[in-house]
Design a protein around this ligand. Structure first.
Ligand code: NAD
Length: 473
């Protein structure tokens, strides 16, 4: 995962941290404590496969920081999993949570398997045994460490984890909060699927609402009518495209691995998705032009470029040809440090992954809160709000003698459902985080880029926690 062959992934995270810590005044000891991975649990356990053979499974859980409890971070199933990668990803979770004010420490887990090579029953056995190992060492629990999905895992695996945990901890009333990303029927929260794409939209919209930033970039204020290019039409890319289009921007190009398409009048992501499903390719979409290479999309003239597929796609080689004014890193690590330097020289604003794609962890936090409160969001206030709004509207209409349109009536009277509250909480989170990072950058213009400013924001928050906790004993 590291883009620099001279450093391991964990060392490259440490490098970014060191670059940013120069813009803070924290004690060296506090900075060293923040960087360190507090607990690394490497395990081996046997699993009997369907053919009767026994395989020894290698797995990890890393708790990078306990400055806030619990720790939080996904579990990855991949044959590339190794300790350095899990440590790096756990440390990035600490910084990500701090930036978006999610009160968790960073964690990450990994099982070194290619999930495609196992039957569903074998995967279930591996997941349940992994959970049991975590329970044995006190490495999981609603107040200790709360995993979530990552590469190769999803709601199904999270349901196995919560079921195993609850059966090993009978009577633990908050057991559902031991993991997030669960199916809604097992204590999950509505609004998780679209969370990352929606968070990307809220973050970029807030940047576009900043007059001084837009003036510097030579753009008008607001996201409306901005041209957007998106790479990847998976979960994050699809939802980013949807919310940009609904927000009044024009998605002029979409790229998938088989190619890219362009339409200056804008593309509808759902129609493109259906076309791809029917034909097996994004190409030849009615009304759009095919681009020769899928990477050509990254070099199109546009206001906003959203890489939402893979890491390292914008690098020292192609960054000089990028013409976008704003790059929104929806994927993890799409731009290399060499690209960052080129953007800084060219005056391109790169909005960093570490906070921009934090919608998933933010909504995981809401799921955990829901599990601890044992009540669905909206259950207590929906009817009260609707009754109150109905009364206010009736009074307004009778006092003015005028009536509002049906569409407005529905909007005004609507009491919040779970997904409305989750979206609203995410909107607040992304707006606040964007403003905090930009404020840090404004106060210290020698900070080279927004990524470094985001790290400074994270360091300040984690260091404040450590300083307030004191060093025990
Ligand atoms: P996904 O698998 O749903 O979608 C990825 C899409 O990218 C797929 O449609 C794939 O065909 C496409 N793709 C692959 N290679 C490509 C190429 N060379 N050019 C163009 N498109 C290509 O994955 P996702 O969940 O949307 O995640 C995308 C990125 O966002 C990853 O980097 C992931 O780590 C990151 N991310 C995801 C979440 C989340 O909540 N899903 C949260 C944070 C970060």
């Amino acid at each position: 995962m590291s883009s620099n062959p001279n450093y391991s992934f964990f060392q490259s995270v440490e490098k970014s941290f060191d670059k940013a810590s120069k813009f803070t005044n924290w004690d060296l000891g506090i900075l060293e404590q923040i960087k360190a991975c507090n607990s690394v649990y490497q395990m081996r356990f046997p699993v009997k496969l369907d053919d009767g053979s026994i395989e020894v499974i290698e797995a990890y859980r890393v708790q990078h920081s306990q400055h806030k409890s619990p720790c939080k971070g996904g579990i990855r199933f991949s044959d590339e999993v190794n300790q350095d990668e899990v440590m790096a990803l756990a440390s990035l979770m600490t910084y990500k949570c701090a930036i978006v004010n999610v009160p968790f420490g960073g964690g990450k887990g990994g099982i070194k398997i290619d999930p495609k090579k196992y039957s569903v029953y074998e995967l279930e056995k591996i997941t349940r045994r992994y959970t049991a190992e975590l329970v044995k060492k006190n490495f999981i629990g609603p107040g200790i460490d709360v995993p979530a999905p990552d590469y190769g895992t999803g709601p199904r695996e999270m349901a196995w984890i919560v079921d195993t945990y609850a059966s090993l901890k009978p009577g633990e009333i908050d057991a559902a909060g031991c993991v997030t990303g669960k199916p809604v029927t097992q204590g999950g929260v509505r609004g998780r699927t679209e969370a990352t794409g929606l968070g990307v939209f809220f973050g970029i919209r807030e940047v576009c609402n900043m007059e001084d930033t837009m003036t510097k970039l030579g753009l008008t204020v607001g996201v409306e009518n901005k041209t957007v290019v998106i790479q990847g039409l998976g979960n994050v890319g699809y939802h980013s495209a949807k919310f940009f289009r609904e927000g009044g921007a024009k998605v002029i190009a979409l790229a998938e691995y088989e190619g890219a398409i362009f339409n200056a009048d804008g593309l509808n992501e759902e129609e493109v998705f259906q076309h791809r499903k029917a034909t097996g390719s994004i190409l030849n979409f009615p009304g759009a032009t095919n681009l020769a290479k899928n990477t050509d999309a990254l070099e199109l003239e546009c206001d906003i470029l959203i890489p939402a597929a893979l890491e390292n796609v914008i690098n020292g080689e192609n960054a000089p040809r990028v013409k976008a004014k704003i790059i929104g890193e929806a994927a993890n690590g799409p731009c290399t440090p060499e690209a960052d330097e080129i953007f800084a020289q060219k005056g391109i604003l790169c909005v960093p992954d570490m906070y921009l794609n934090a919608g998933g962890v933010t909504v995981s936090y809401f799921e955990w809160l829901k599990n601890l409160s044992h009540v669905r969001y909206g259950r207590m206030e929906k009817r009260l709000t609707e009754n109150l709004n109905t009364k206010i509207l009736e009074q307004l209409e009778s006092l003015t003698g005028k009536s509002v349109s049906d569409a407005n009536r529905e909007f005004i009277m609507h009491g919040p459902e779970e997904h409305d509250l989750v979206h609203s909480g995410l909107e607040e989170t992304m707006i606040t985080a964007t403003r905090e990072i930009m404020e840090i950058w404004k106060e210290n213009p020698s900070i080279p880029d927004m990524r470094t400013a985001a790290y400074v924001s994270a360091i300040n928050k984690v260091a404040t926690s450590y300083a307030q906790l004191g060093i025990f004993p």
